[in-house]
Design a protein around this ligand. Structure first.
Ligand SMILES: Nc1ncnc2c1ncn2[C@@H]1O[C@H](COP(=O)(O)OP(=O)(O)OP(=O)(O)O)[C@@H](O)[C@H]1O
Length: 241
């Protein structure tokens, strides 16, 4: 069974139809790269995958189960890195990670934080308050969070923004290690990240002009209306039995 799937997804943001009829599959160890012009819906799709938003149509499943049926279990299996680094300015780098680790119920917190700080080469910043970090250091701190605890799925929205070349190479290495352990990585990026054989999901292919979608909606309503007398008949027959 494919581990993580989305079928016939339609996404609306406000009044705007972002994409429609989009499907994806990912198995253990896979990397999926989201591509597309600005506004194509890469961030929106990652938010749907994280269960932070619901699709207008379609279903996202983990091992066959709709993620909407158990949002807590889904959140526990993934790390989502959005555009915002969500670093608390008054807390040190270490305490930012501690807060995150406590929220995830990690037991060996200090050891895990040490390991994550070393992996992102920010161990020397452990006591520095969030407000004194450069944007690249904030991004590395945010990335350190995804190393805390067990997870099966990384959803990374433009993880390379603000990173220097060495940090990008380090991120690519961390992703390779995660995939080797069976993790699934889905990421958007406008720059080249050295990821082995990613599946490319091009969001530009799923753009639907709003007029086309409105016509489709009208057709669906007409179909429902034309079916409803039969359905009502069916209901009365059931009631009669
Ligand atoms: N909170 C929101 N409310 C309404 N519309 C939104 C919201 N966030 C995004 N949108 C719209 O949804 C569409 C898709 O945005 P999204 O951020 O998913 O695109 P993207 O492909 O990630 O873009 P980029 O490459 O610029 O980061 C855009 O037209 C955007 O204006």
């Amino acid at each position: 069974m494919t581990v993580f799937t989305g079928s016939d997804l339609t996404c609306l943001r406000g009044e705007r139809l972002v994409f429609g009829d989009l499907s994806f599959n990912a198995n253990t160890g896979d990397a999926v790269m989201l591509r597309g012009r600005n506004g194509a819906g890469k961030s929106s799709l990652l938010r749907l995958m994280a269960g932070l938003m619901a699709p207008r149509r379609g279903t996202i499943r983990w091992q066959g189960d709709d993620i909407a049926d158990d949002k807590i279990a889904h959140r526990a299996r993934l790390h989502y890195l959005g555009h915002q680094d969500a670093i608390k300015p008054v807390l040190s780098v270490r305490d930012n990670l501690r807060l995150w680790a406590e929220l995830r119920g990690i037991s060996d917190i200090d050891a895990e934080i040490d390991q994550a700080l070393r992996a992102l080469d920010i161990h020397h910043l452990g006591k520095t308050a969030g407000r004194y970090l450069s944007s690249g250091q904030k991004r590395r701190t945010a990335l350190a969070r995804i190393l805390l605890g067990q997870s099966d799925l990384w959803l990374l929205d433009e993880p390379t923004v603000g990173l220097d070349r060495e940090s990008c190479a380090e991120l690519a290495r961390l992703i390779a290690e995660f995939r080797a352990r069976g993790g699934i990585v889905i990421y958007s990026t406008h720059v080249d990240l050295d990821i082995a054989a990613p599946t490319i999901l091009d969001l530009d292919q799923f753009a639907i002009p709003m007029m086309e979608w409105l016509v489709e909606q009208d057709d669906e309503e007409d179909t429902r209306e034309s079916l409803s007398p039969d359905m009502n008949q069916g209901k009365s027959a059931e009631a009669a039995i």
